[in-house]
Design a protein. Sequence first.
Length: 364
Amino acid sequence: MKKLAFGFMRLPETKEGTIDFEETKKMVDYFIGQGFTYFDTAYNYHDQESEIAIRECLVKRYNRNRFLLTDKLTASYFEKEDDLPGFFSEQLEKTGVEYFDTYLIHSLNKRNYEKFVEANAFEFLKKLKAEGKVKRIGFSFHDSAEFLDHVLSQHPEMEVVQLQFNYLDFHDPEVQSYECYRVCERHEKTVLVMEPVQGGNLATLPPEGEKILDDLGTGASYASYAIRFAASFPLVEHVLSGMSTMEQVEDNVSFMKEFMPLSDAEYTAIDEVRQILEKLERIECTFCEYCLEGCPTDIPIPNILYLLNEYNKTEDRALSERYEKIVARRGRASDCIDCAACEEICPQNLCIMQHMDEAVAAFE
């Protein structure tokens, strides 16, 4: 089984900001043509257009036995148990399939756990599996290892856990990648990996980090080391990559088609890079864009946080010009009304309102 999975979260876009279906089709064709099969989507990705892209770029163009598809039950799209069947039916209709290979409770954490429990979501997933509408059930997770252990103890029927897992978050006290992995190990659960490149943050490195990996002499991309790091762990079945360009697909396929776990020298180099990155002042945004759903002033939060990271590294005032282009037709950082809707849904628990104040000081 090939471990690379195609996440439909960061697809190429047109100048109008919609999914570029034709380019996505080319990427899907190359991915499948190289022997890869696993695709992942969710209702909220790409302003609720990701599932449609799955239908148009994959499902309509390939026999069902050519691919595996994962979808998710997201807390913000239901209020009570009676809402669940209709939501699931809409997902089947939007994607154009009759069943999902894997169906996950989406972005589970302490804040939304009771909502899923009160709606009997775990029982609903079991029912879907019994009816053959999904083949495998589980949840994606953003919380502590202790809470993960609690959830798996309460719901042992869950077969798979999707974790944020990368070498920078490996021992992070908030994300707890490795500790969560160990919990899955104890409960004998299959692991799917999301954010292996931490939303692209591990694809570009500071010069001293670049030198360490360049000195390995492999000529490999920096992203490749991050993806291979995650894929090297034995419980990991698939590593999701939210690929935005054909170049990213080609690069990922090049080192995952005949996957080789990291060597001792590569592990040592990655550990050195991690130590460098941990010393930097960085906002750990992964560009998941969940924060955009509830923002009443349409602030492009992930783009602004990315610029803030660049500013903190360089203090380059020229970044203000890029900021003005980003907010030209959107809300500005100063438009933030401190409603906290973004912070309530952020999987990384970022202090977004504080960062908007920082952006005002840096760019406005």
